[in-house]
Design a protein around this ligand. Sequence first.
Ligand code: NAD
Ligand code: IPM
Ligand code: MN
Length: 367
Amino acid sequence: MRAYRIAAIAGDGIGQEVLPEGLRVLEAAARRFDIDLSISRFDWASCDYYLQHGQMMPDNWFDTLRGFDAIYFGAVGMPDKVADHVSLWGSLLKFRRQFDQYVNLRPVRLLPGVPCPLANRQPGEIDFLVVRENTEGEYSAVGGRMFEGTERELVLQQAIFTRHGVDRILHHAFALAQSRPRKKLTAATKSNGIAVSMPYWDERVAAVAQHYPEVQWERQHVDILAARFVLQPDRFDVVVASNLFGDILSDLGPACTGTIGLAASANLNPERRFPSLFEPVHGSAPDIFGKNIANPIAMIWSGALMLDFLGRSQGPCRAAHDAIMRAIESVLLSGPLTADLGGRASTTELGQAIAAAVMQAPLAVED
Ligand code: NAD
Ligand code: IPM
Ligand code: MN
Protein backbone atom coordinates (compact mmCIF):
# COMPACT_ATOMS: atom_id res chain seq x y z
CA MET A 1 0.00 0.00 0.00
CA ARG A 2 1.28 3.46 -0.86
CA ALA A 3 2.25 5.64 2.10
CA TYR A 4 1.40 9.31 1.90
CA ARG A 5 3.97 11.52 3.57
CA ILE A 6 2.51 14.58 5.24
CA ALA A 7 4.47 17.49 6.74
CA ALA A 8 2.40 19.00 9.57
CA ILE A 9 3.19 22.58 10.59
CA ALA A 10 1.11 24.24 13.30
CA GLY A 11 2.59 27.74 13.06
CA ASP A 12 1.26 30.34 15.49
CA GLY A 13 -1.71 31.08 17.69
CA ILE A 14 -4.74 28.89 17.16
CA GLY A 15 -2.79 27.01 14.49
CA GLN A 16 -1.35 25.17 17.49
CA GLU A 17 -4.85 24.36 18.78
CA VAL A 18 -6.61 23.37 15.58
CA LEU A 19 -3.79 21.39 13.93
CA PRO A 20 -3.88 18.60 16.59
CA GLU A 21 -7.63 18.23 16.00
CA GLY A 22 -7.08 18.04 12.26
CA LEU A 23 -4.47 15.35 12.81
CA ARG A 24 -6.76 13.49 15.19
CA VAL A 25 -9.44 13.31 12.50
CA LEU A 26 -6.97 12.40 9.75
CA GLU A 27 -5.57 9.59 11.87
CA ALA A 28 -9.07 8.31 12.58
CA ALA A 29 -9.89 8.40 8.86
CA ALA A 30 -6.62 6.65 7.99
CA ARG A 31 -7.40 3.85 10.47
CA ARG A 32 -10.98 3.51 9.35
CA PHE A 33 -10.22 3.43 5.63
CA ASP A 34 -6.86 1.71 5.83
CA ILE A 35 -4.81 4.56 4.41
CA ASP A 36 -1.10 4.69 5.18
CA LEU A 37 -0.39 8.24 6.37
CA SER A 38 3.05 9.07 7.64
CA ILE A 39 3.00 12.39 9.47
CA SER A 40 6.10 14.43 10.38
CA ARG A 41 5.69 17.53 12.52
CA PHE A 42 7.84 20.64 12.22
CA ASP A 43 7.89 23.46 14.74
CA TRP A 44 9.30 26.10 12.43
CA ALA A 45 7.39 28.53 10.21
CA SER A 46 6.38 30.26 13.43
CA CYS A 47 7.04 33.58 15.09
CA ASP A 48 8.60 31.84 18.10
CA TYR A 49 11.13 30.27 15.75
CA TYR A 50 11.77 33.73 14.30
CA LEU A 51 12.39 35.23 17.74
CA GLN A 52 15.00 32.54 18.41
CA HIS A 53 16.65 32.35 14.99
CA GLY A 54 16.01 35.66 13.26
CA GLN A 55 14.22 33.92 10.40
CA MET A 56 10.93 32.04 10.11
CA MET A 57 12.37 28.79 8.77
CA PRO A 58 15.70 26.97 8.56
CA ASP A 59 17.76 27.54 5.41
CA ASN A 60 17.07 24.01 4.17
CA TRP A 61 13.27 24.30 4.42
CA PHE A 62 12.75 23.79 0.69
CA ASP A 63 14.72 20.55 0.47
CA THR A 64 13.21 19.34 3.74
CA LEU A 65 9.65 19.75 2.50
CA ARG A 66 9.82 19.08 -1.19
CA GLY A 67 9.81 15.29 -0.82
CA PHE A 68 6.50 15.29 1.08
CA ASP A 69 3.23 14.56 -0.66
CA ALA A 70 1.49 17.44 1.09
CA ILE A 71 1.86 20.08 3.77
CA TYR A 72 -0.85 20.37 6.40
CA PHE A 73 -0.58 23.87 7.78
CA GLY A 74 -2.18 25.74 10.71
CA ALA A 75 -1.68 29.51 10.55
CA VAL A 76 1.12 32.04 10.87
CA GLY A 77 1.23 35.49 12.42
CA MET A 78 1.78 37.11 15.79
CA PRO A 79 1.75 40.76 14.85
CA ASP A 80 2.62 41.91 18.37
CA LYS A 81 5.93 40.02 18.12
CA VAL A 82 6.84 39.98 14.42
CA ALA A 83 5.55 42.29 11.68
CA ASP A 84 3.00 40.43 9.56
CA HIS A 85 4.75 41.02 6.22
CA VAL A 86 7.94 39.57 7.72
CA SER A 87 6.31 36.43 9.14
CA LEU A 88 4.10 35.75 6.12
CA TRP A 89 6.65 36.48 3.40
CA GLY A 90 9.07 34.37 5.42
CA SER A 91 6.80 31.31 5.53
CA LEU A 92 3.39 30.77 3.94
CA LEU A 93 3.94 33.03 0.95
CA LYS A 94 7.27 31.31 0.32
CA PHE A 95 5.54 27.93 0.28
CA ARG A 96 2.91 29.11 -2.16
CA ARG A 97 5.48 30.61 -4.52
CA GLN A 98 8.42 28.23 -4.34
CA PHE A 99 6.15 25.19 -4.51
CA ASP A 100 4.21 26.86 -7.33
CA GLN A 101 0.86 26.38 -5.59
CA TYR A 102 -0.85 28.63 -8.05
CA VAL A 103 -4.43 27.49 -7.39
CA ASN A 104 -6.01 28.47 -4.11
CA LEU A 105 -9.29 26.60 -3.92
CA ARG A 106 -11.71 27.81 -1.26
CA PRO A 107 -15.13 26.17 -1.02
CA VAL A 108 -18.06 28.21 0.29
CA ARG A 109 -20.99 26.07 1.40
CA LEU A 110 -23.87 26.63 3.78
CA LEU A 111 -23.98 23.46 5.86
CA PRO A 112 -27.07 22.08 7.59
CA GLY A 113 -27.39 23.18 11.20
CA VAL A 114 -25.31 26.34 10.86
CA PRO A 115 -27.28 29.53 11.45
CA CYS A 116 -26.93 31.62 8.28
CA PRO A 117 -26.45 35.34 8.82
CA LEU A 118 -28.24 36.01 5.52
CA ALA A 119 -32.02 36.03 5.79
CA ASN A 120 -34.00 33.04 4.49
CA ARG A 121 -31.11 31.04 3.06
CA GLN A 122 -31.19 27.25 3.21
CA PRO A 123 -28.37 24.71 2.81
CA GLY A 124 -27.99 24.00 -0.90
CA GLU A 125 -28.58 27.62 -1.83
CA ILE A 126 -25.01 28.67 -1.09
CA ASP A 127 -22.52 26.28 -2.64
CA PHE A 128 -19.71 27.73 -4.70
CA LEU A 129 -15.94 27.69 -5.10
CA VAL A 130 -13.62 30.64 -4.94
CA VAL A 131 -10.64 29.94 -7.20
CA ARG A 132 -7.96 32.40 -6.22
CA GLU A 133 -4.75 33.10 -8.14
CA ASN A 134 -2.06 32.36 -5.58
CA THR A 135 1.42 33.28 -6.82
CA GLU A 136 1.37 36.74 -8.41
CA GLY A 137 -1.04 39.64 -8.96
CA GLU A 138 -1.35 42.28 -6.31
CA TYR A 139 0.77 40.26 -3.87
CA SER A 140 4.25 41.40 -4.70
CA ALA A 141 7.37 42.60 -2.99
CA VAL A 142 8.27 44.79 -5.95
CA GLY A 143 8.22 48.49 -5.30
CA GLY A 144 10.02 51.06 -3.28
CA ARG A 145 9.98 54.16 -1.17
CA MET A 146 11.53 57.52 -1.89
CA PHE A 147 11.99 60.73 0.04
CA GLU A 148 11.35 58.89 3.26
CA GLY A 149 10.43 61.04 6.21
CA THR A 150 9.79 64.09 4.05
CA GLU A 151 6.55 65.58 2.85
CA ARG A 152 7.37 64.26 -0.62
CA GLU A 153 7.40 60.67 0.66
CA LEU A 154 6.40 58.35 -2.17
CA VAL A 155 5.57 54.65 -2.14
CA LEU A 156 5.28 52.44 -5.21
CA GLN A 157 3.76 48.94 -5.02
CA GLN A 158 3.75 46.92 -8.21
CA ALA A 159 1.28 44.23 -9.18
CA ILE A 160 2.44 41.49 -11.53
CA PHE A 161 0.17 39.80 -14.05
CA THR A 162 1.87 37.39 -16.44
CA ARG A 163 0.18 35.65 -19.34
CA HIS A 164 1.40 32.32 -17.97
CA GLY A 165 0.07 33.08 -14.47
CA VAL A 166 -3.27 34.50 -15.56
CA ASP A 167 -4.02 31.88 -18.18
CA ARG A 168 -3.25 28.91 -15.98
CA ILE A 169 -5.56 30.01 -13.17
CA LEU A 170 -8.31 30.81 -15.67
CA HIS A 171 -7.94 27.44 -17.37
CA HIS A 172 -8.13 25.73 -13.99
CA ALA A 173 -11.27 27.64 -13.04
CA PHE A 174 -13.02 27.12 -16.38
CA ALA A 175 -12.20 23.40 -16.35
CA LEU A 176 -13.59 23.16 -12.83
CA ALA A 177 -16.76 24.99 -13.86
CA GLN A 178 -17.13 22.65 -16.82
CA SER A 179 -16.95 19.64 -14.51
CA ARG A 180 -19.72 20.90 -12.23
CA PRO A 181 -23.44 20.47 -12.88
CA ARG A 182 -24.24 24.18 -13.19
CA LYS A 183 -21.20 25.00 -15.37
CA LYS A 184 -21.16 28.66 -14.37
CA LEU A 185 -18.18 30.91 -13.92
CA THR A 186 -17.93 34.44 -12.60
CA ALA A 187 -14.67 36.31 -13.08
CA ALA A 188 -13.98 39.10 -10.61
CA THR A 189 -12.61 42.23 -12.24
CA LYS A 190 -12.16 45.92 -11.58
CA SER A 191 -11.32 47.09 -15.05
CA ASN A 192 -13.27 50.31 -14.57
CA GLY A 193 -10.76 51.59 -12.03
CA ILE A 194 -7.56 49.58 -12.36
CA ALA A 195 -6.58 50.65 -15.82
CA VAL A 196 -3.79 48.27 -16.82
CA SER A 197 -3.90 44.89 -15.11
CA MET A 198 -7.66 44.39 -14.99
CA PRO A 199 -8.43 45.13 -18.67
CA TYR A 200 -5.68 42.58 -19.40
CA TRP A 201 -7.32 40.10 -17.01
CA ASP A 202 -10.67 40.67 -18.77
CA GLU A 203 -9.08 40.03 -22.16
CA ARG A 204 -7.57 36.77 -20.98
CA VAL A 205 -10.90 35.68 -19.44
CA ALA A 206 -12.58 36.16 -22.82
CA ALA A 207 -9.75 34.34 -24.62
CA VAL A 208 -9.64 31.36 -22.26
CA ALA A 209 -13.45 31.12 -22.26
CA GLN A 210 -13.27 30.17 -25.97
CA HIS A 211 -11.86 26.80 -24.91
CA TYR A 212 -14.87 26.04 -22.71
CA PRO A 213 -17.97 26.64 -24.84
CA GLU A 214 -20.22 24.80 -22.39
CA VAL A 215 -19.40 27.15 -19.53
CA GLN A 216 -21.73 30.06 -19.04
CA TRP A 217 -19.48 32.87 -17.88
CA GLU A 218 -19.71 36.49 -16.84
CA ARG A 219 -17.51 39.24 -15.50
CA GLN A 220 -18.43 41.25 -12.46
CA HIS A 221 -16.65 44.16 -10.91
CA VAL A 222 -15.49 42.98 -7.54
CA ASP A 223 -17.40 45.64 -5.62
CA ILE A 224 -20.84 44.56 -6.82
CA LEU A 225 -19.70 40.94 -6.77
CA ALA A 226 -19.04 41.31 -3.05
CA ALA A 227 -22.49 42.81 -2.59
CA ARG A 228 -24.05 39.89 -4.48
CA PHE A 229 -22.35 37.36 -2.21
CA VAL A 230 -24.69 38.78 0.42
CA LEU A 231 -27.76 39.51 -1.71
CA GLN A 232 -27.77 36.67 -4.26
CA PRO A 233 -25.28 34.00 -3.16
CA ASP A 234 -27.25 31.35 -5.05
CA ARG A 235 -26.15 32.77 -8.40
CA PHE A 236 -22.51 31.69 -7.94
CA ASP A 237 -20.90 28.40 -8.92
CA VAL A 238 -17.19 29.01 -9.63
CA VAL A 239 -15.76 32.44 -8.87
CA VAL A 240 -12.26 33.13 -10.21
CA ALA A 241 -10.29 36.07 -8.93
CA SER A 242 -6.85 37.60 -8.74
CA ASN A 243 -4.81 37.11 -5.59
CA LEU A 244 -6.09 40.06 -3.56
CA PHE A 245 -9.69 39.96 -4.74
CA GLY A 246 -9.75 36.22 -4.09
CA ASP A 247 -8.37 36.77 -0.61
CA ILE A 248 -11.13 39.19 0.31
CA LEU A 249 -13.93 37.21 -1.33
CA SER A 250 -12.82 34.05 0.45
CA ASP A 251 -13.33 35.59 3.89
CA LEU A 252 -16.61 37.21 2.84
CA GLY A 253 -18.04 34.00 1.36
CA PRO A 254 -17.58 31.87 4.49
CA ALA A 255 -18.82 34.72 6.68
CA CYS A 256 -22.06 34.52 4.65
CA THR A 257 -22.26 30.83 5.58
CA GLY A 258 -21.98 31.40 9.31
CA THR A 259 -18.35 31.67 10.43
CA ILE A 260 -14.87 31.76 8.99
CA GLY A 261 -14.13 28.99 11.49
CA LEU A 262 -15.52 26.64 8.81
CA ALA A 263 -13.54 27.90 5.84
CA ALA A 264 -11.13 25.36 4.33
CA SER A 265 -8.60 25.81 1.58
CA ALA A 266 -6.28 23.93 -0.73
CA ASN A 267 -3.16 25.58 -2.19
CA LEU A 268 -2.55 23.37 -5.17
CA ASN A 269 0.28 22.63 -7.50
CA PRO A 270 -2.03 20.70 -9.84
CA GLU A 271 0.84 19.16 -11.78
CA ARG A 272 2.16 17.62 -8.52
CA ARG A 273 5.74 18.72 -9.19
CA PHE A 274 5.78 20.06 -5.63
CA PRO A 275 3.77 19.37 -2.49
CA SER A 276 0.42 21.12 -2.22
CA LEU A 277 -0.58 22.82 1.02
CA PHE A 278 -3.85 22.51 2.92
CA GLU A 279 -4.83 25.04 5.58
CA PRO A 280 -7.76 26.92 7.05
CA VAL A 281 -8.60 30.26 5.40
CA HIS A 282 -8.48 31.96 8.79
CA GLY A 283 -5.39 33.15 10.59
CA SER A 284 -3.81 32.66 13.98
CA ALA A 285 -6.58 34.56 15.82
CA PRO A 286 -4.42 35.99 18.62
CA ASP A 287 -7.62 37.36 20.23
CA ILE A 288 -8.83 33.86 21.15
CA PHE A 289 -5.55 31.94 21.28
CA GLY A 290 -4.85 30.03 24.49
CA LYS A 291 -8.50 29.47 25.41
CA ASN A 292 -9.09 26.28 23.43
CA ILE A 293 -12.27 27.74 21.92
CA ALA A 294 -11.27 28.02 18.25
CA ASN A 295 -13.41 26.14 15.77
CA PRO A 296 -11.27 23.30 14.33
CA ILE A 297 -13.62 22.53 11.42
CA ALA A 298 -11.75 24.68 8.86
CA MET A 299 -8.61 22.70 9.69
CA ILE A 300 -10.46 19.37 9.59
CA TRP A 301 -12.22 20.16 6.30
CA SER A 302 -8.82 21.17 4.85
CA GLY A 303 -7.57 17.71 5.86
CA ALA A 304 -10.45 16.17 3.92
CA LEU A 305 -9.48 18.24 0.87
CA MET A 306 -5.92 16.97 1.30
CA LEU A 307 -6.99 13.32 1.31
CA ASP A 308 -9.15 13.88 -1.75
CA PHE A 309 -6.25 15.50 -3.62
CA LEU A 310 -3.78 12.80 -2.58
CA GLY A 311 -6.09 10.02 -3.70
CA ARG A 312 -7.10 11.83 -6.93
CA SER A 313 -10.73 11.72 -5.79
CA GLN A 314 -10.79 7.94 -5.87
CA GLY A 315 -10.65 4.88 -3.65
CA PRO A 316 -10.12 4.93 0.11
CA CYS A 317 -8.95 8.56 0.16
CA ARG A 318 -12.17 9.68 -1.50
CA ALA A 319 -14.21 7.56 0.91
CA ALA A 320 -12.28 9.09 3.82
CA HIS A 321 -12.93 12.59 2.47
CA ASP A 322 -16.63 11.88 2.22
CA ALA A 323 -16.72 10.34 5.70
CA ILE A 324 -15.03 13.41 7.21
CA MET A 325 -17.50 15.73 5.49
CA ARG A 326 -20.44 13.66 6.77
CA ALA A 327 -18.94 13.64 10.25
CA ILE A 328 -18.61 17.44 10.16
CA GLU A 329 -22.22 17.74 9.02
CA SER A 330 -23.54 15.39 11.69
CA VAL A 331 -21.67 17.18 14.48
CA LEU A 332 -22.90 20.55 13.20
CA LEU A 333 -26.45 19.22 13.62
CA SER A 334 -26.04 17.48 16.97
CA GLY A 335 -23.20 19.36 18.67
CA PRO A 336 -20.94 19.84 20.50
CA LEU A 337 -20.31 23.31 19.02
CA THR A 338 -17.69 26.00 19.58
CA ALA A 339 -18.56 29.60 20.48
CA ASP A 340 -18.50 30.91 16.89
CA LEU A 341 -21.31 28.41 16.17
CA GLY A 342 -23.27 29.45 19.24
CA GLY A 343 -22.05 26.65 21.51
CA ARG A 344 -19.78 26.32 24.53
CA ALA A 345 -17.61 23.36 23.56
CA SER A 346 -13.84 23.40 23.36
CA THR A 347 -11.71 22.94 20.26
CA THR A 348 -10.73 19.53 21.59
CA GLU A 349 -14.31 18.38 22.22
CA LEU A 350 -15.34 19.26 18.70
CA GLY A 351 -12.30 17.50 17.23
CA GLN A 352 -12.98 14.41 19.32
CA ALA A 353 -16.63 14.31 18.30
CA ILE A 354 -15.77 14.51 14.59
CA ALA A 355 -13.05 11.86 14.95
CA ALA A 356 -15.51 9.56 16.73
CA ALA A 357 -18.08 10.03 13.96
CA VAL A 358 -15.43 9.21 11.35
CA MET A 359 -14.55 6.01 13.20
CA GLN A 360 -18.18 4.93 12.89
CA ALA A 361 -18.54 5.85 9.24
CA PRO A 362 -19.85 3.11 6.97
CA LEU A 363 -17.06 1.56 4.92
CA ALA A 364 -19.08 1.12 1.75
CA VAL A 365 -19.91 4.64 0.67
CA GLU A 366 -23.38 4.94 -0.70
CA ASP A 367 -24.27 7.94 -2.86
P1 NAD B 1 -7.89 35.82 11.81
O1 NAD B 1 -8.50 34.96 10.77
O2 NAD B 1 -6.76 35.25 12.55
O3 NAD B 1 -9.02 36.24 12.86
C1 NAD B 1 -10.12 37.05 12.48
C2 NAD B 1 -11.27 36.87 13.49
O4 NAD B 1 -11.87 35.59 13.28
C3 NAD B 1 -10.81 36.91 14.94
O5 NAD B 1 -11.78 37.56 15.72
C4 NAD B 1 -10.71 35.44 15.31
O6 NAD B 1 -10.91 35.17 16.68
C5 NAD B 1 -11.81 34.80 14.46
N1 NAD B 1 -11.46 33.43 14.10
C6 NAD B 1 -10.51 33.06 13.20
N2 NAD B 1 -10.43 31.74 13.14
C7 NAD B 1 -11.35 31.25 13.98
C8 NAD B 1 -11.74 29.92 14.36
N3 NAD B 1 -11.16 28.83 13.84
N4 NAD B 1 -12.72 29.79 15.29
C9 NAD B 1 -13.30 30.86 15.82
N5 NAD B 1 -12.98 32.13 15.51
C10 NAD B 1 -12.01 32.33 14.60
O7 NAD B 1 -7.47 37.17 11.06
P2 NAD B 1 -6.62 38.44 11.60
O8 NAD B 1 -7.06 38.80 12.97
O9 NAD B 1 -6.70 39.43 10.51
O10 NAD B 1 -5.13 37.91 11.63
C11 NAD B 1 -4.46 37.45 12.80
C12 NAD B 1 -3.07 36.98 12.37
O11 NAD B 1 -3.18 35.84 11.49
C13 NAD B 1 -2.28 38.01 11.58
O12 NAD B 1 -0.93 37.85 11.90
C14 NAD B 1 -2.51 37.62 10.14
O13 NAD B 1 -1.52 38.07 9.26
C15 NAD B 1 -2.52 36.12 10.26
N6 NAD B 1 -3.22 35.40 9.20
C16 NAD B 1 -2.63 34.23 8.80
C17 NAD B 1 -3.28 33.43 7.88
C18 NAD B 1 -2.64 32.15 7.46
O14 NAD B 1 -1.67 31.71 8.05
N7 NAD B 1 -3.13 31.49 6.45
C19 NAD B 1 -4.52 33.81 7.38
C20 NAD B 1 -5.10 35.00 7.82
C21 NAD B 1 -4.44 35.79 8.74
C1 IPM C 1 -5.00 33.90 3.52
C2 IPM C 1 -4.27 34.93 4.34
C3 IPM C 1 -2.94 35.28 3.69
C4 IPM C 1 -3.22 35.84 2.31
C5 IPM C 1 -2.09 36.28 4.48
C6 IPM C 1 -1.86 35.81 5.88
C7 IPM C 1 -0.81 36.62 3.79
O1 IPM C 1 -5.06 36.06 4.53
O2 IPM C 1 -4.47 32.79 3.35
O3 IPM C 1 -6.10 34.19 3.07
O4 IPM C 1 -3.56 37.03 2.19
O5 IPM C 1 -3.12 35.10 1.36
MN1 MN D 1 -7.07 35.86 3.75
